[in-house]
Each structure stands twice: as structure tokens, then as C-alpha cells.
Design a protein around this ligand. Structure first.
Ligand SMILES: [Zn+2]
Length: 430
């Protein structure tokens, strides 16, 4: 239904005389999943918005009409530094979007509610709302401090995003957090026939999770030193492990965010966007509720022995990431401590306590030798941040079983208790 709208016009003008009051809180209607799982117009309150027409506030700033080109052969890009790379990539920085609304009186309260007047306005205001919800999840469930979210990221709405190594044509059908620009991109849709990705709150929470991982586990670096140093070497186990954890934790937090929605916890959150279309396989491949996923010898060897380009060429970081996410899902469910686990995981991203270093601190310890940064290292960072012993043991057992991390790598003071014996679901691969 939503696909019939053309994707070209972004800068929509506001009819004269109805410029709405912009200051938060603002009551608007967005497209959100109801308790029966359907996307329906839903009245919500935006609590962080500063400009409801330009869709700018403390959790993000929507910009339309941008053009971003990644050309690996561009000498300017090869010579770029962390400070200049954005200038090289952003061929057009875009402009403030303009959402248009019709003001309606709420039948019960008599208050003004802004009703988006066209498809892009629905899509844009819902994008902002979904950033706000993801931000709220990380502030409340994961206890992330407000300063970690500054400066507010830009969200490039329907940009031309071209990776010349992939295609000369702008990419479609994706939502991306792009750390180099410290920005989100919501690309135009083409083959996705169901809910566009920015309407899917869980997909936006997945992308928001990448922002949080960048701000903490990469200390907010737009070109993370650990990841870029390690990616320039071959093989690149450390880079492969970092990318796998970044993806797996993003899916686990996306799931966690669904538990705060009216439609409830949804381990198959891709379904409303991907089912019935050409990407339908993604829903099953990333379904967190499947308890029978196992690390294979092939995947383990690829993680250790491939360079990051080869490893990522078929999305192996998502395969390993799904093993991580399903292991965490099982541990959280079986102990009834999902929200506590989500909080503990994020507290493991950055921690200067030498007794229990964060993921960032571990990368700094072994920055000169990435063969030391195995799957067990970020796993250990997470485990040492779980204070409840039953939950800690459950995570240990799931990591030993489904990720096949050798038991002796994880047992130790402030790590796994000696009683953690792994599990019997997955076959030995060594
Ligand atoms: Zn991702």
C-alpha cells in the first residue's frame, strides 16, 4: 500500500497559516504497531522534539536530499583523516526536511494533535519517534548516560547513497548507522513491500544500538582505531569479532526494545518489513528464538583466518552475531532477567575498572596484536559485568555451548564460575 507513493519529493512545503507549535511535548500521530501487530495511526507524544516541522531534537536531526558517495579509489578519500573524511564523502549535505501536518482536536481531551498530511511526513515523523523510543530504551533499560548521546546524530532521510565498488546506482531498502558520519541513513525503498524500515521500531533500535556501541565500545571515534587498524591486516580476527558483536548485540537490543512496545516482545522483528518479499529469508536467519543454532568449524575458522572483507562478503558477521544474540536471548529468558542482562551488556562496553575492563579497554590492551582478541574477550567483558550469579552462569553456559568458546577461556575470578559446564545442544567442533 505504501509503495505506490513516489519517493522523489522530500522537501514538502507547509501550507501557510498552520505552522504548528514546535516545542516538546508535541502530540502527533505516527504509524506504530498496535497490540495485534498491525501498523496503524497512533497518537503519541514527542518529548525531545525542538522543531516538529524540521524534525530536529535532542535524539536526532532529519536532513533530506543529501548525497553520500564512497569511492575507494578517490585519492581524497585515501588521504582523508577522521576530521576531513565527512567532507570528502558528503557531496551534498542536504537540507532541513519539512513535514506537513493537519491539526486535529483530540475528541476526548480537546488537545491539538498533529496529523501528518502526506506519506513522507508520516514516514519522517515516525522515524523521529522511533529514534526517541530507542534512545529511551538505552537511557532507561540500559542506563546509558545522556552525555553519551551528544552530539545528536543526523538522520539522512532518503539520501543518494552510493558505494561505487557495489554499484553506480544509489542503494535502496536499508537503514544504516554510518559511524564515519556519526549519522543514520534511511534509504528509499524499492523491493520491500511491507513496513518501510524507518517505520519498523525494532529496525531503528538495531541501528540506534550501533550508535551506542560506537559511542562507548569505540569511544565515539568516527574511524574507530581498533577496527580500522585491525581491518588493514590479514587475517583480521579482532575486526571480525568486533563486527560480529556489534551486529549481534544490535539484534539483541532491538529485541529488548520490542518488549517495551504495545505489541510485546518479538524475537522475529524483521517479519513485518521482510516477510513475503525478496528478503523474506532474513526473518528466519535472524530469528532470536531458535534454540538450536551452533557455531560450526567452518565459521570459527573463517572468524580466525579471514580478512574482514572476505569475512563480511557474505555477511558472516551476521551469522556469528545471530549466535551471540540467540545465546543472550536464551540466557535472559531462562532466568527471567532479560532487562537486567540488557543493562549489564551495555555496562560492559566501556569500563575503566581494571578488575572488569570494558570492550573498549580490552581493545586498547591488545591493539598491537589482534590474534589476542578472540570471541572470548568481549564475551568475558560482558560476563564480568553480570552481577547476578545465576544470570552470569546462564550466559556462560550459552556462550560455551552455542558459540563453542572453550570452557577454560571463560572460567576465572570475576568470570564464569567453575560450575559452568557449557551445554549439550551443540556438537564439539575442535
Ligand atoms: Zn547492523
Amino acid at each position: 500500500m505504501l509503495r505506490t507513493v513516489t519517493t522523489a519529493a522530500v522537501g514538502l512545503t507547509l501550507a501557510a497559516g498552520c505552522a504548528p507549535d514546535s516545542e516538546a511535548p508535541v502530540k502527533v500521530s505516527v504509524l506504530s504497531r498496535s497490540s495485534n501487530g498491525q501498523y496503524v495511526p497512533t497518537q503519541v507524544e514527542l518529548t525531545t522534539i525542538e522543531d516538529v516541522v524540521g524534525l530536529k531534537g535532542s535524539v536526532g536531526d532529519l536532513q533530506g536530499g543529501a548525497r553520500i558517495v564512497i569511492d575507494a579509489n578517490d585519492p581524497a578519500l585515501q588521504n582523508a583523516t577522521a576530521d576531513t573524511v565527512a567532507e570528502v564523502l558528503l557531496k551534498n549535505t542536504g537540507y532541513d526536511v519539512k513535514a506537513s501536518y493537519i491539526t486535529q482536536k483530540d475528541a476526548k481531551t480537546g488537545e491539538d494533535v498533529l496529523w501528518p498530511a502526506d506519506f513522507h511526513s508520516w514516514n519522517m515523523v515516525t522515524s523521529y519517534y522511533n529514534l526517541e523510543r530507542a534512545n529511551e530504551y538505552f537511557r532507561t533499560v540500559a542506563n546509558v548516560k545522556g552525555a553519551s548521546f551528544d552530539p545528536a546524530p543526523t538522520l539522512y532521510y532518503f539520501p543518494d547513497f552510493i558505494q561505487t565498488q557495489v554499484s553506480k546506482e544509489p542503494a535502496r531498502d536499508n537503514a544504516i548507522f554510518y559511524p564515519v558520519l556519526q549519522a543514520f541513513m534511511v534509504l528509499p525503498f524499492d523491493k520491500i513491500q511491507r513496513a518501510p524500515l524507518p517505520l519498523n521500531a525494532a529496525v531503528m533500535a538495531h541501528e540506534y544500538s550501533h550508535l551506542v556501541f560506537n559511542r562507548l565500545a569505540y569511544a565515539g571515534q568516527n574511524l574507530p582505531v581498533s577496527l580500522s587498524n585491525w581491518s588493514s591486516e590479514s587475517p583480521s580476527q579482532g575486526a571480525n569479532v568486533l563486527k560480529s558483536f556489534d551486529e549481534g548485540l544490535a539484534d539483541y537490543h532491538a529485541y529488548g526494545a520490542t518488549c517495551r512496545s504495545v505489541s510485546g516482545c518479538d524475537p522475529r522483528f524483521m517479519a513485518t518489513s521482510f516477510d513475503g518479499g525478496p528478503y523474506a529469508g532474513v526473518t528466519d536467519a535472524r530469528d532470536l528464538s531458535r534454540a538450536d543454532r551452533c557455531m560450526s568449524a567452518l565459521l570459527w575458522n573463517r572468524l580466525q583466518q579471514q580478512d574482514v572483507g572476505t569475512f563480511s562478503s557474505d555477511g558472516a558477521e551476521y551469522q556469528v552475531g545471530t549466535l551471540i544474540a540467540t545465546a543472550l536471548y536464551q540466557a535472559g529468558r531462562s532466568t527471567g532477567q532479560e532487562a537486567q542482562l540488557q543493562r549489564d551488556i551495555v555496562s560492559a562496553y566501556y569500563d575503566t575498572d581494571p578488575e572488569k575492563p570494558g570492550i573498549y579497554q580490552y581493545t586498547q590492551q591488545v591493539i598491537g596484536d589482534q590474534t589476542l582478541f578472540s570471541l572470548a574477550v568481549p564475551a568475558a567483558a560482558i560476563i564480568s559485568h553480570i552481577s547476578d550469579l545465576e544470570l552470569r552462569k546462564a550466559v556462560c553456559n550459552e556462550f560455551m555451548d552455542h558459540l563453542r568458546i572453550p570452557r577454560e577461556w571463560l572460567i576465572g575470578p570475576s568470570l564464569c564460575p567453575a560450575s559452568a559446564a557449557g551445554g549439550t545442544t551443540c556438537p564439539n567442533i575442535f
